[in-house]
Design a protein around this ligand. Sequence first.
Ligand code: C2O
Ligand code: CU
Ligand code: CU
Length: 428
Amino acid sequence: VDADGTRVFDLTMQRGTSDLGHGPGTRTWGVNGDHLGPTLRAERGEKVRVNVTNALGETSSMHWHGMRLPAAMDGGPHQPIEPDTTWSPYWTVDQPAATLWYHPHLHGSTAAHVYRGVAGMFLVDEPGAPPLPHDYGVDDVPVIVQDKRFDGDQFAEDDAMFSDVGLLGDEILVNGTPRPFLEVGTEAVRLRVLNASNARVYDFSFDTGMPFLLVGSDGGLLEQPRPIRSIQLSPGERAEIVVRPEPGSRHVLRSTPPDLRSDFWQDRFSGGDDRIDVLELRVAADLAPSPAIPEQLTTLPELGDPTGTREVELTSSSTIDGREMDMSRIDQVVVAGSTELWEVRNASGTIHNFHIHDTQFEIVDVTGMHPDHPSLAGRKDTVFLPPGATARLLVPFGRHPDPQMPYMYHCHLLKHEDNGMMGQFVVV
Ligand code: C2O
Ligand code: CU
Ligand code: CU
């Protein structure tokens, strides 16, 4: 914290070598280290500044996914960081407690830069939070899930031949660790699960069928915890879950074939048939006590009636509304502080998801999904869209008008985003 009370973070994007179980070392990228980056943490109301230095030897950027902040600080394609320079965005954290993350967002290079390992979590805390497990690394644990394929001393970066969705790996890293396990020493443990993969959709559950509580999603806590047994997350989405395993038990968090609702071939080449072990929980015989999870976690503010409806069509794996991303074209203009109903229709034949910057929206419904589907719960910044589906989103826009500097909305399958499946909006 500096003299005027600003919390300052220093990040350096750099190249490194990591022992990932494939020979002497795998060439990786990271932030302040060889692979992935530190967890940043700030409280609601705090002023923050991040000094992001680019030591990668090529241009990149750093975006704060899920954060509400001025467009000039957002770290999208309009804020490139040239090699050997430092970019220092600053803003006031003004949103509920949540599990957010950061990653590069340079147009055309996002997939490669994230895949090589430039990503980390950004946790927002809030005073007066309910008594959930919150001892970082002990009973409150980040679970950054990425699938990788190895090629000699580096990650393989070519797509599988028939995969339209982009890179699908055959090995899982959690927080950059191969074959990970977690020793549980408390009665309850909170897992902050982030799908930081380029293309893979996971449907997480435990091999033992152990139920768990869904307590948060992209934008923060749910109003009430939801007892569930599985949660599907597409790239970019988060889920905070609380488990209470029996003393001395073992459970494997794994992904079973997700419900992609595309056709047989597509499912197969989009990872829709894959079963993957993700993280083993090794539970001690003696567990330290944990508080009971309250029945009410928070109260989400009403978003109010939308001022209008906007239709957006996902038209191919490189276009939205029939157009590829153009850095010099503004696609939508919205009014600061307004709430709009966005009807996002997947009119292409393949799976996509849809992410909007600087907002946490409410999902009114998605065609063919039960309104109580856990993947739709809480405030969200990213929503999965099977072929043919329409998502109706109640989108509250930010209060940082800037007619010159756009925010992005895009498919978070990173190959699609890089290929141009992205549009720009300004808040006026
Ligand atoms: Cu996670 Cu526009 O990005
Ligand atoms: Cu984002
Ligand atoms: Cu897509």
